[in-house]
Design a protein around this ligand. Structure first.
Ligand code: FMN
Length: 349
C-alpha cells in the first residue's frame, strides 16, 4: 500500500517512466523502496537483461539511465525530489535479491514546490515518444537546434557528434550493408533477438515488439516469410537463401536516407558513465520529440568490434561510439509498443 505522498509520487513517476526505451524493449529495470529506512534502489533485473552479446551490457546500463532520468525529473516536478548516489558509494547499500545488480540508491530529500504543468508536459512527452524506424523528412537541423542538443552534454563524460551531409549518408549506408548481417550471424544473439519478436498480434505481451514495429505495415506473406525464414533453428537454410544479405540491402537503403546521424562516445566507458550517458540520451530523445523528430538506433554498428572501429574511423570520431542512430523529422508515425506493469517493476516494503 502506498501510504506517503513520496511513495505515491514514486509509483506515479514509474507508471510514466515505464514507457522508456530499452534494447529489444526488454525493460531490464527493478525499483525497490523501503518506507522503514526511507531508502530505495534501482537495479538491473538479470532475469530480464539481454545477454546474447557482451556489448549488450552497455545498452542495459544506458536503458536504465534513460528510465531513471524520467523518474528523477518527474519526482522533482512533483515536489518530492530524490537524492541519489551510485550504488557502491552509498553508505547504506542494501542486500538485493540474487538476480538483481544494484545501480543507484536513492532517498527522499526536502520537499519543494511542485510544478504540475512541467510534470504534465513531461509525462505527455514520455508517453508520445516512440522509436521511429520509418523514412524521415529531409529537413536538416538548424544551428539553434544543434546548439540545444549539444547543450545537453555540457559537463558530461560523454561526447555527442552529429552528421547531416551526403557523404556521411553514403558511408553509413555502406557500413550497414557490410555489417547488418552480423545480427543473424551470431546464433546465441539472434536466438535472443528472435525471442523478443512477436508474430501474433492478439497475444498480450509485456515486452519486445511486433513485426509492424520493425517494418511498418507489411503483407501477411512477408510476415510469414520472416517468421520462418529467420527462425534461429533454420540458420543454415536462411543463409543458403541469402536472406541476411537481402535484409542488409533493404536496411542499408533505409539507413542511408539518414537524414541525420548522431553518435555518443565515451573516453572511459565504465558502468557509471554508461548510466549517465543513458540519462543524457533520455533528454536528447525528448527534445527531438518536442520538435516532432524521431530516433532510430542502429546498434548493429556499435555492438561488434569491427563495425564499431570502422564506423569511428570512417566518420572521424575521437573515441569509440557506444550509441549510434539516424534521426530526423517524423513523416510516418510509429506505434506504441508493449510495456510491463508497474507492479512487476516497483516493490515497496
Ligand atoms: C540503448 C538502445 C539501443 C537500441 N537499439 C536499437 C536498434 O539497434 N534497432 C532498433 O530498431 N531499435 C533499437 N532500440 C529501440 C528499442 O527497440 C525500443 O526502445 C523498444 O523496442 C521500445 O519501443 P519504443 O522506443 O517505441 O517505446 C534501442 C533502444 C535503446 C535504449
Amino acid at each position: 500500500m502506498l501510504t506517503t505522498s513520496f511513495e505515491q509520487n514514486l509509483a506515479g513517476a514509474i507508471e510514466i517512466a515505464r514507457s522508456a526505451p530499452s534494447s529489444h524493449n526488454c525493460q531490464p529495470w527493478a525499483v525497490h523502496y523501503s518506507p522503514v529506512s526511507r531508502t530505495g534502489y534501482l537495479a538491473i533485473d538479470r532475469c530480464r537483461a539481454l545477454k546474447g552479446l557482451p556489448s549488450l551490457e552497455n545498452e542495459m546500463l544506458m536503458s536504465c539511465g534513460i528510465f531513471f532520468q524520467y523518474i528523477e525529473t518527474l519526482m522533482r516536478h512533483a515536489g518530492t525530489p530524490l537524492q541519489w548516489t551510485w550504488f557502491d558509494e552509498s553508505h547504506t547499500t542494501p542486500t538485493l535479491p540474487q538476480e538483481q545488480d544494484g545501480l543507484i540508491c536513492f532517498c527522499p530529500t526536502e520537499q519543494q514546490t511542485a510544478n504540475p504543468d512541467a510534470y504534465h508536459d513531461l509525462a505527455e512527452q514520455i508517453r508520445h515518444r516512440h522509436t521511429n524506424r520509418m523514412p524521415y523528412e529531409t529537413t536538416t537541423l538548424s544551428a539553434r537546434q544543434q546548439f540545444q542538443l549539444r547543450e545537453i552534454f555540457t559537463d558530461a563524460p560523454v561526447r555527442l557528434d552529429i552528421w547531416q551531409d551526403q557523404t556521411s549518408r553514403k558511408q553509413v549506408a555502406d557500413l550497414v550493408y557490410q555489417y547488418a548481417a552480423l545480427d543473424f550471424a551470431d546464433k546465441a544473439a539472434w536466438q535472443e533477438t528472435y525471442s523478443f519478436i512477436h508474430f501474433d498480434k492478439n497475444k498480450p505481451v509485456e515486452d519486445g515488439f511486433y513485426l509492424h514495429h520493425l517494418f511498418g505495415k507489411i503483407p501477411a506473406y512477408m510476415a510469414w516469410l520472416f517468421r520462418i525464414g529467420f527462425h534461429p533453428k533454420l540458420n543454415r537454410f536462411t543463409r543458403l537463401l541469402r536472406l541476411p544479405q537481402f535484409m542488409a540491402r533493404e536496411f542499408s537503403k533505409l539507413t542511408g536516407q539518414g537524414p541525420q546521424y548522431l553518435a555518443l562516445s565515451l573516453p572511459d566507458p565504465n558502468p557509471h558513465n554508461l548510466f549517465v550517458t543513458g540519462m543524457r540520451l533520455a533528454q536528447v530523445w525528448l527534445l527531438l520529440e518536442q520538435w516532432g523528430w524521431g530516433i532510430h538506433p542502429l546498434s548493429v554498428l556499435v555492438q561488434h568490434d569491427l563495425p564499431k572501429t570502422t564506423l569511428a574511423n570512417t566518420l572521424g570520431m575521437t573515441h569509440l561510439p557506444i550509441f549510434f542512430a539516424r534521426f530526423g523529422q517524423i513523416k510516418i508515425a510509429a506505434e506504441v509498443s508493449p510495456r510491463r506493469h508497474l507492479d512487476s517493476i516497483l516493490t515497496i516494503d
